[in-house]
Design a protein around this ligand. Structure first.
Ligand code: GCU
Length: 594
C-alpha cells in the first residue's frame, strides 16, 4: 500500500513536470490528465509490465505497468497491451567530456568534464519521464567508443547517481566498456580474456558496480572495431571476450550486449558488408546465455536505405538485438525532417520481430532546449520507444499519436497533411541522397552532405565514397552477386535468389547488389541514368511539398516551434538541391559518355 502511495505521488509529480514545460522544451507529454483515474494492481495478469485500460481505470500487475498504462490512457488507448520486448534500451554515444559522438542537439545530459559538474536532476527526471511514457526501460549512458575511465571509482559513483534518478521511472542503467580497461587503467599488463588475472579484475569490477547499483543492467561492448581494443589483440575470439565479461556479470543477473559492427580486423579486405557474418557465424552457439549479439539493422552503417543485415539469419543459437539509429547521422542529422518509423518497419518486414530479444536505439538527445535539435526528431525518439514496445504498430499510427500529443492541432485536414509529410519524408531523403541502392556517398567524417567523388589515399578504402559506387564510363554499382563479392549468398531464401539475379533484384537495392550499364532499362522504361535523375528530382519536389504543408499548418502550431521547423525546412530544401546537383553533376561525367 505504501508503495502504491509513493507511486501515486510520482504520477502527480510527473503531471507537474509536464505542465511546467510549456516552452520550447515541450515534448509529447500531455498535461490533460483525467481527474477520475483509478489505478489497480491485478496479480493474475501476465508477468510483465503490461496494462489493461477500461474507461479511466488502469489495471496492471506491476507498478511500472500502472505507469505505462497511465501514459497510454493519455494517448487515448483502451484495452490490454504488453511489451513485446523485455529490453527496450537507448544507447547514448555520450563521451565523458560532455560531447556526443554523432550528437546534433547539444552536449550530453549526463556528462561534463568540469570538476564542478553536478547532475541536473530535474532535467534527468524529465528525460526519464519521457522515456517511461513510451516504454523505454534501459539506457546505456556512454559512447560505445568507451573511455576506460568509466570503470574508475569516480565514474561508477556518477553512474550510481544517475541510476538513482532514473530508477523510479523503471529505467535501468548500463554502460559501454572499453575491453582494454584492465590494461589501460594501469592495473594489469594485459587484457587477455583467458588470463585468470584479467578474469578476476572484471569479477572485482562487477562486484564493485553492483554494490553501488544493485539493479545495474550490464555492459555494451564495441571490440576490435574501428581501432577499439578487443580479444583479437590476444589471438582470442569474440566469444572468448564476451563470455569472460558475461561470467563476471552473471552472479548479479547482468547482461553483455556485444556488437557485431566489426570490419577491417580479421577479415580485412573482404567486402565490408560481409564481414560481420564472416566473423560471427562460426561462433553461433558458443556464447553464454547472458550474451546478446547487437547488430545494426543493415550490414553497412545506418544508411538511409540498406537491405537488412544477414547476420540476423545466421545466429540461430545466439540471442540477438537490433541496433537502430535514432540520431540521424546519415539522414540530415538534426537539420532534416526525416521520420524514421517507416525505415524501421521496413527492417521488421525482413527480420521477424520474434527473432530478437530486444531493441537498442542510438539516442538523439542532448542539452538543446527542444532535446533533439529538430522538433520533428522528437518523433523518432517517440517512434523508437513505441516500436520497442510493440513492433506491430504502424508508422502511421505512431505518427498520428505523436502529432496529436505534440501539437494538439484541432484541424484534421492539417493533421493528415502533417502525417503524410512525415510518412513520405524517409523515402524523400533516400531519393535526394542515394536512390536505387546507392550508399555511403557522404562527405568524410561528419557525414553531412554529398561527396560522391570522395577519395583519400591515406584513408582505408572502405571509408571512401568512390568504393561504394565504382562509377565509370560504362557502369555504376557494386557487384555483390554470387559472381561478384558474394554478399547475396549470405541471405536466406527467397532473398538470396531475389537479390542475386539482376533481373529480380528490387530496384531500390539495384546498385547495392549489382553493377549495371548506364543504359540498362528499368521498369519505368527509363535508363539507369534517367531513373537516377528522376529520383533526385522527385526527392527535391517532395521536400518542396513539405514546405507548403508546413505553411498551411501555421495557424495550428505555436509561433516558436513553427518558426524553428520552418527555418530547418528552408535549409532542407537547399540541402536536397545540393545533394541532387552535386550527385548528378558528378555522375554525369560518366553517364553522359554513353
Ligand atoms: C559509425 C559512426 C561512428 C560510430 C560507429 C559505431 O561508423 O560513424 O561514429 O562509432 O558507427 O557504430 O561504432
Amino acid at each position: 500500500m505504501n508503495n502504491l502511495k509513493t507511486f501515486l505521488t510520482l504520477l502527480l509529480l510527473s503531471l507537474t513536470t509536464a505542465l511546467a514545460a510549456e516552452d520550447g522544451s515541450r515534448l509529447w507529454l500531455r498535461s490533460e490528465m483525467p481527474d477520475d483515474i483509478t489505478l489497480q494492481i491485478d496479480s493474475t495478469m501476465p508477468d510483465d509490465d503490461g496494462y489493461r485500460i477500461s474507461g479511466h481505470t488502469v489495471t496492471a500487475r506491476t507498478q511500472m505497468g500502472l505507469l505505462y498504462g497511465r501514459y497510454a490512457l493519455l494517448r487515448g488507448e483502451q484495452g490490454e497491451s504488453h511489451p513485446f520486448y523485455r529490453l527496450r534500451i537507448l544507447n547514448h554515444w555520450d563521451n565523458i567530456d560532455g560531447s556526443i559522438e554523432r550528437g546534433y542537439a547539444g552536449n550530453s545530459i549526463f556528462w561534463n568534464d568540469s570538476s564542478l559538474f553536478t547532475l541536473n536532476s530535474s532535467l534527468l527526471t524529465r528525460y526519464a519521464e519521457a522515456c517511461a511514457s513510451i516504454g523505454i526501460n534501459g539506457t546505456v549512458l556512454n559512447n560505445v567508443n568507451a573511455s576506460p575511465k568509466m570503470l574508475t571509482r569516480e565514474y561508477i559513483r556518477r553512474v550510481k547517481d544517475i541510476a538513482d534518478i532514473l530508477r523510479p521511472w523503471g529505467i535501468r542503467v548500463y554502460i559501454s566498456v572499453n575491453f582494454g580497461s584492465p590494461k589501460a587503467l594501469g592495473d594489469l599488463k594485459t587484457a587477455d580474456p583467458l588470463d585468470p588475472k584479467v578474469r578476476r579484475w572484471w569479477q572485482k569490477k562487477a562486484k564493485e558496480i553492483y554494490k553501488a547499483i544493485p539493479d545495474f543492467g550490464g555492459f555494451l561492448v564495441k571490440a576490435n572495431s574501428e581501432g577499439q581494443p578487443g580479444p583479437f589483440d590476444y589471438g582470442r575470439t569474440h566469444a572468448d571476450g564476451a563470455n569472460m565479461l558475461a561470467d563476471a556479470l552473471k552472479p548479479y543477473g547482468g547482461i553483455v550486449m556485444w556488437r557485431s559492427f566489426v570490419y577491417g580486423a580479421k577479415h580485412q579486405g573482404e567486402d565490408r558488408v560481409k564481414q560481420a557474418v564472416s566473423e560471427f557465424a562460426e561462433l553461433d552457439g558458443k556464447f553464454r546465455d547472458n550474451v546478446i549479439l547487437q547488430s545494426k539493422n543493415g550490414p553497412l552503417d545506418f544508411q538511409p536505405r540498406e537491405p537488412y543485415a544477414p547476420i540476423f539469419d545466421h545466429m540461430t543459437k545466439t540471442a540477438q538485438m537490433a541496433e537502430l539509429q535514432i540520431t540521424q547521422e546519415y539522414l540530415g542529422q538534426s537539420k532534416h525532417l526525416v521520420y524514421l518509423a517507416p525505415m524501421w518497419k521496413e527492417f521488421f518486414s525482413y527480420v521477424s520481430p520474434e527473432r530478437l530479444v530486444g531493441i537498442a536505439g542510438v539516442a538523439n538527445i542532448g542539452l538543446d532546449t527542444n532535446w533533439c535539435g529538430h522538433h520533428f526528431s522528437q518523433a523518432n525518439w517517440y517512434a523508437f520507444g513505441r516500436l520497442a514496445w510493440n513492433p506491430m504498430l504502424s508508422s502511421e499510427q505512431i505518427a498520428e499519436e505523436w502529432l496529436t500529443q505534440t501539437f494538439n492541432c484541432q484541424f484534421s485536414i492539417v493533421n493528415s497533411q502533417l502525417k503524410s509529410m512525415m510518412l513520405r519524408s524517409r523515402e524523400a531523403c533516400v531519393d535526394y541522397m542515394m536512390p536505387l541502392g546507392l550508399h555511403h556517398i557522404f562527405k568524410f567524417d561528419h557525414h553531412m552532405g554529398p561527396d560522391p567523388g570522395g577519395f583519400k589515399a591515406d584513408y582505408p578504402i572502405e571509408w571512401c565514397p568512390v568504393y561504394y559506387h565504382r562509377a565509370n564510363a560504362d557502369s555504376i554499382g557494386v557487384d555483390r552477386s554470387s559472381t561478384g563479392t558474394g554478399a547475396t549468398l549470405q541471405y536466406r531464401e527467397p532473398y538470396r535468389s531475389l537479390y542475386d539475379n539482376v533481373d529480380t533484384c528490387p530496384e531500390q537495392f539495384l546498385l547495392w547488389f549489382h553493377r549495371v550499364p548506364w543504359t540498362r532499362r528499368l521498369k519505368s522504361g527509363r535508363t539507369v541514368w534517367k531513373e537516377l535523375q528522376w529520383h533526385y528530382n522527385h526527392g527535391v519536389e517532395e521536400v518542396d511539398s513539405f514546405a507548403v504543408i508546413w505553411q498551411e499548418a501555421k495557424p495550428c502550431i505555436d509561433a516558436q516551434r513553427w518558426q524553428e521547423v520552418e527555418n530547418r525546412l528552408e535549409f532542407q530544401q537547399k540541402d536536397a538541391r545540393l545533394w541532387r546537383d552535386v550527385c548528378l553533376k558528378y555522375f554525369s561525367q560518366f553517364a553522359l559518355k554513353k
